[in-house]
Design a protein around this ligand. Structure first.
Ligand SMILES: C[S@@+](CC[C@H](N)C(=O)[O-])C[C@H]1O[C@@H](n2cnc3c(N)ncnc32)[C@H](O)[C@@H]1O
Length: 410
């Protein structure tokens, strides 16, 4: 069992010393980290010299870290002994494949699939998924004529990229991958930053219009391109709808449109992916309800302005000494609201995740709730007990999503 791993590590050390290291990937992860999927390591040149860049690919995001060669070798060895079942090492001399089974491991060598080592500069700009030369970014004032990110738009730029990264991950692990048509609705689209980015991402998924980027480093965005892409932004403010439609027309973005409508009144025939970022207060619930009713495969929301629960929350005696502080009261109301939404989604057959979307340094509204439809029967009774318990404990009379779901004809 140990010998093939030792040999694989020896080959890695040797190719790093000889300067023939091209790339290494670790996959088929079976370890303790629930979201980790894959690690890709490749050489990069940083200000401090040559390093090995590790890209940690997980279900909801990507993270990168640089290591010196020796440290990188120890890390790889550790990962191979703690859950990764496959390792592929690409050198200009040979390719190596390591397969680790329950009781034994096997190392095989093959002809090299790379003839040269590419050392990328560790340019942060290049690690973005969004094409900064896209027309809509310029039209919305994110970039300059030459494609540079405006200083004042850096936070928005980061947010858009993070969002697209999360969206891509969810799509990759969903049943939508092989669907020939894709219907996406962005509720409360505002100035359309995310709607345009979503459209552009899916339009160019299989053939990015630019070089570099996380996608390329991870072996291309992969997957098939939906032949019919229909993206709709729903927004109550008509002047924003007009602005976005003008940009969509000027950019030649067929299949992308913005409609003036209240979320609750918007009727969609089909929704595969529902997006609702920072739709205020209970508009998030209206959007989630539309997604659930349309049986959307993926729902992504970043709730904000949690007024509904805050206004009616009764403080349990046990928490009185803590929730007397307005900031704690407010955060608890947010937690209860989003927690209830996540439980309701689970009761309706979704798998959910709540996490920090981007750091608070970039936006104070940073909680993200993602839901993916599963084929498994939800434990409805158990979930309902938790929902009822929360409602009783905090004296909640009504929560919008709960009420909408209850009002459906049975
Ligand atoms: C804070 S902005 C967020 C825009 C965009 N989703 C983003 O994250 O960049 C929220 C937008 O939702 C719109 N909105 C809020 N409630 C809505 C509703 N019930 N129906 C339609 N649009 C709504 C607002 O007009 C506003 O443009």
């Amino acid at each position: 069992m140990d010998e093939p791993i030792r040999q694989f590590i020896a080959e890695l050390r040797q190719c790093l010393e000889a300067g023939t290291f091209v790339k290494l990937t670790l996959g088929n992860y079976k370890g303790d980290d629930e979201s980790l999927q894959k690690i890709v390591a490749r050489p990069v040149k940083t200000k401090k010299g040559h390093r090995i860049l590790f890209q940690y690919r997980s279900r909801t995001n990507d993270r990168v870290e640089n290591f010196e060669a020796g440290e990188a070798v120890s890390k790889i060895e550790g990962y191979l002994r703690s859950g990764f079942r496959t390792g592929h090492l690409f050198t200009t001399a040979k390719d190596f494949q390591l397969l680790i089974g329950k009781r034994s491991a096997k190392l095989t060598a093959a002809k090299p699939s790379h003839s040269a080592v590419k050392i990328a500069p560790h340019d942060r700009e290049k690690n973005y998924l969004v094409d900064r030369h896209a027309y809509y970014l310029k039209a919305l004032g994110i970039t300059t004529d030459s494609g540079q990110i405006r200083n004042e738009a850096r936070d928005k730029w980061k947010q858009i990229n993070k969002f697209v990264e999360i969206l891509g991950r969810l799509y990759d692990s969903s049943d939508l991958k092989d669907k020939p048509d894709l219907n996406i609705v962005d509720m409360g689209s505002g100035k359309g930053y995310l709607t345009f980015a979503t459209y552009d991402y899916f339009l160019h998924r299989s053939s990015p219009p630019y070089e570099g980027g996380v996608a390329e480093a991870l072996g291309g965005r992969g997957g098939s391109l939906a032949t019919e892409l229909d993206v709709t932004g729903v927004e109550s403010r008509p002047y924003l709808v007009e602005l976005c439609n003008q940009i969509a027309r000027a950019g030649g973005y067929d299949g992308l449109k913005f409609v003036p409508s209240n979320i609750a009144e918007f009727e969609a025939e089909q929704i595969d992916i529902l997006i609702a970022l920072h739709a205020c207060d209970t508009a998030t619930d209206d959007a989630l309800f539309k997604g659930i009713s349309a049986n959307a495969s993926i729902i992504i929301a970043a709730p904000c302005c949690h007024h509904e629960i805050k206004g009616q929350m009764r403080v349990p005696e046990l928490l009185a000494g803590i929730l007397k502080h307005p900031v704690m009261h407010e955060r608890t109301a947010e937690t209860i609201t989003d927690g209830l939404r996540s439980l309701l989604l689970e009761r309706e057959g979704y798998k959910t995740k709540l996490f920090e979307f981007v750091s608070t340094e970039h936006t104070p509204k940073n909680n993200m709730l993602v839901a993916t439809r599963t084929n498994r029967q939800p434990e409805r009774e158990n979930i309902q007990r938790q929902i009822d318990g929360l409602k009783i404990e905090f004296g909640l009379e009504s929560q919008r999503l709960d009420a909408l779901l209850s009002s459906r004809p049975s």
